[in-house]
Ligand binder design. Structure first.
Ligand code: PHB
Length: 392
């Protein structure tokens, strides 16, 4: 098929080979102990290097920022070395990769926190539901969330510092840029939304105040990378992780407008029909999309994600003024997604049972079209997994 989706796109100093982006995807397969990326992870990302841009899975900026068992970090030398395997493999395969920087805030549990402390948040408001942790035997376990501790105003510069150091580490690890995760109910989104932020200091109340921590983080990481290599991800109207805001138009209109000032690589908006890894029915499907409002305000590159197929993606770039489309589950299951879309070929179906944790199964063994057609050799994936993990 022919569509501007397959055209090169200029992004900062780079030229993306197409406008199809691999969305950040939690896969929970880092080496334990230490949450360290492996050669298996490197192979998985390199398989997907035909994306115009890869955004790494959400990666905790600090131990305090971890919210799920086995997610990788970018705050120790071993993690930086592990990520170097990933960036080298992606570059060798001709791809580009940004790292997504993540602090989960209240979406955590003492079992994952330094010294078994309470998770931190803008306000002491618990999330309903269960945290995904590993118990002392290393087995996965679901345990109820706890009430987080509200951060003191004097602690907020340290949060900014955590992002800044992680940004430096991402540079050392060989990434091509970074994305600040301010979506999906994690720490920066908890500050943005009125349902989770009841602070009475300069970081709560008015939208300007609730957006302050995000702006400070963006400024700090732009100081490390230069703004044209920094993206920001938002999820206006997202309901995942119990989120909500009294007036999302005012909030996200303000944020989009403030982000104009930085000259970022891109703004990345998650559509509200996606909640984490699930598709949800919208309360009012006819409601005007907040993405349209943001497109009217934001002057730079706009990426969208969530529920896109080829037809919707083509429409978005041809008619709706969207620049880049990120695909999550489709890229997970189709390492050669751009080629499959170009050929209008059938797509592999993602297997939810292997989304999180485990090894190569449901990770590196989704075949390409050429492998399925017998035009390329299908590797012995079990053996490949053993070799990759043995190599460190
Ligand atoms: C998840 O681990 O389920 C997860 C992580 C980051 C997101 C959404 C979901 O933005």
């Amino acid at each position: 098929m022919s569509s501007p989706l397959f055209d090169p796109y200029p992004l900062g100093p780079y030229t993306l080979k197409n406008r199809l982006v691999m969305a950040p995807l939690t896969r929970s397969r880092s080496r334990q102990p230490g949450n360290i990326p492996t050669r298996l992870n490197a192979y998985y990302y390199a398989q997907r290097a035909s994306a115009g841009l890869i955004i790494s899975e959400a990666t905790q900026v600090s131990q305090q920022g971890q919210g799920y068992a086995w997610t990788p970090g970018i705050h120790t030398p071993e993690q930086v070395a592990g990520w170097r395997l990933v960036t080298d493999a992606v570059h060798a395969a001709g791809g580009l990769i940004f790292m997504q920087l993540w602090h989960v805030g209240r979406v955590s549990h003492p079992a994952l926190q330094p010294d078994g402390g309470l998770p931190v948040a803008p306000s002491a408001i618990p999330l309903q539901g269960m945290a995904f942790i590993a118990n002392e035997q290393g087995e996965p376990e679901l345990v109820p969330f706890v009430t987080p501790r509200a951060l003191e105003t004097a602690e907020l510069p340290d949060i900014v510092r955590q992002y800044q150091e992680a940004a430096r580490n991402a540079l050392t690890a060989g990434f091509d840029g970074i994305e600040v995760h301010a979506a999906n109910g994690y720490l920066l989104d908890q500050f943005l939304n009125s349902s989770t932020n009841q602070r009475t200091d300069d970081y709560g109340g008015l939208v300007e105040n609730r957006a302050r921590l995000l702006m400070e983080v963006v400024e700090a990481v732009c100081g490390v990378w230069g703004s044209e290599l920094v993206g920001v991800r938002l999820s206006p109207e997202g309901t995942f992780n119990d989120m909500g805001d009294d007036d999302p138009e005012a909030l996200f209109g303000h944020v989009a407008s403030r982000l104009n000032d930085f000259g970022l690589a891109y703004l990345h908006v998650v559509q509200p029909e996606i909640a984490g890894n699930a598709t949800v029915a919208l309360a009012d499907p006819n409601r005007r999309s907040i993405v349209k409002m943001i497109r009217g305000i934001y002057r730079g590159t706009l990426m969208v994600c969530g529920g896109y197929d080829y037809r919707k993606a083509a429409r978005a770039v041809e008619i709706e003024g969207i620049d880049l489309i990120a695909f999550g589950r489709l890229f997970l299951a189709n390492p050669d997604l751009p080629e499959r879309l170009r050929q209008a070929a059938p797509l592999n179906k993602p297997d939810e049972a292997t989304f999180y944790g485990g090894g190569g199964k449901g990770y590196i063994d989704y075949p390409t079209l050429r492998q399925q057609r017998g035009e390329a050799k299908l590797p012995d994936f079990a053996r490949l997994e053993r070799e990759l993990l043995a190599a460190g």
